[in-house]
Design a protein around this ligand. Sequence first.
Ligand SMILES: Cc1cc2nc3c(=O)[nH]c(=O)nc-3n(C[C@H](O)[C@H](O)[C@H](O)COP(=O)(O)O)c2cc1C
Length: 206
Amino acid sequence: MTKLLAVSANASELSFGRAVGKVFVESYKAAHPTHQVTEVNLFDIYVPELDSRMMSAMADLSSGGNFDDIAPEVQKALIASGALLQQFLDHDKYLFITPLWNSCFPARFKSYLDTLCVSGKTFTYTDDGYPRGLVEAGRKVVHIHASGGYIKTISQADAVLREVMNLIGVREIETLFIQGHGQKPDLADQIKEIATKRAIEMAKVF
Ligand SMILES: Cc1cc2nc3c(=O)[nH]c(=O)nc-3n(C[C@H](O)[C@H](O)[C@H](O)COP(=O)(O)O)c2cc1C
């Protein structure tokens, strides 16, 4: 069965991205009634960070260390990290909903992406030193990204997400930018409406 994982990285109830993401999910469900949809808000769950204790536990384990010798709170972080990766691998399509915060997405979303990058499991290196993704081919992503201003050149947030997805082998990525409502508040309703219509259409064919 095809499975969509919708991951939101925003706690705000007033979020443009979440509102448009909700419509995307509704449209997706209507167009794909037999598909399974899982929705996660990263601000409602524990997303471990790659802190120094996590890093050293991971190094210990990869050099043959015993999981039982790791401190309980670090074990908890490793288990949570592994569960997020497994959830990702158990799905085929991904909807990521992020806001632009100070020129990038929230740090929690980066921590989430870190859980997906596991050498030997989701990527490896070729003999000539280049990274190669290991996730099954055919997976795809829609990124809904909301910003108050207009993104003039490249979106750092979208670029980082694309880079990480490419690293693990997910190549089909489409982005729906919702931008400018902070810069032009009088256009806010119109900006949201245009994005909502686009989300409905994108979800139908995703
Ligand atoms: C902490 C914070 C930082 C922000 N930084 C930026 C920024 O760097 N550039 C920008 O255009 N808008 C910025 N904004 C405005 C948000 O991008 C805008 O409100 C956007 O709609 C957030 O997504 P959301 O509506 O889905 O919550 C920021 C907002 C917050 C709360």
